[in-house]
Design a protein around this ligand. Sequence first.
Ligand code: AMP
Length: 402
Amino acid sequence: MSAVSIVLNAGSSSLKFQVFDADGRAGTALFRGLFEKLSGDAAGTPARVRIRDGAGATVHDESWAVTPGHGHEEALERLLGWTRATLQGRRVAGIGHRVVHGGRDHAAPALVDDALMDALEKLVPLAPLHQPHNLGPIRIIRRLLPDLPQVACFDTAFHRSQPELAQMFALPRALTAQGVLRYGFHGLSYEFIAGSLASYDPALARGRVVVAHLGNGASACALEEGRSVASTMGFSALDGLMMGTRCGAIDPAVIFHLIREEGMTPAAVEAFLYSQCGLLGVSGLSNDMRVLREAAPTDPDARQAIDLFVYRIVREIGSLVAALGGLDGLVFTAGIGENDAATRAEVIAGLAHLGVALDADANAAGGPRISRAGGPSAWAIPTDEELAIARHMSAVLGATTH
Ligand code: AMP
């Protein structure tokens, strides 16, 4: 029987996973699951895991009293035990991880070894809220199963093809040399879309394309011949577009104001800008686009939050089109981009000057092509970051996965 590979996406108190055939060719996962509430708390809130099969049916649902500080370890032990019991006889060929930061040196996925772990550890200051949670499970699995190959796939890697100017801030060179650069994120998603475009429109895959990844995290990326040339996220995943709870680009002087006038500590400012702003902050209601769409007809703050979200996307797309020197196509993806026809229509209305002409019926039907003939085309295309990781794993692990 063929081997399987497991893809992990670890957060501070959660762990998402998918199980694939290890050859990476399958379009859908065999199983997908989510561990939640792994942090443990004084109230003794239990951790929970739910696992669904490829058809979406729940095949496992379990809660347990988590040991504070050991939630991820307990989750991984459960996952490996469940995998062994469920996939009797099928070998686990490897585990692939979504790692937010690969720094300037990693333009491709990499097999985990001591040297890589040291290098990724050094990048923690560049992504303090995410990188430690990504590295934790890699370390735990190295301890539990030292011989199991692990592959780190970086959200920054795809953007290393950007020209030097697109990666630089206007800062003294010493800081640039230290790695204070625009890295860009959501790279696994953009890479997946760049790789799928040819199956929708081969000429477009070789052209100038802006991809808008609009989920709870949101960014946009300029692609030329399938390579990233510019992106809205920069040094961190806080920059660029307005997001569910993140502010996106703001004048840095707002931060001085919060520290001086509001008496906030740097850590409090960081937590605030990541988790209390964006759609949630402006609406005062929710970070969830579905909730805001429902409220918008009678709630002016919800309506304005959506309007600002769309306005910021239109402005940033203008900047990316300038970096590309023109536009052949526009792709919407991720939770809002794939599902919210109204956001797609509003963004395209703001880009009428570029000649993008909405096909309202196709848009309402979900695409994939949502524009009429003539002018740059527009598309709604699903992304799949986990499948991108599974494919990388099969390439990195090569013959060992078959
Ligand atoms: P993601 O982070 O990619 O999972 O995207 C999450 C965002 O997608 C949330 O704001 C959701 O409200 C939004 N979303 C998911 N499904 C829909 C839908 N059917 N209509 C509008 N927004 C949606």
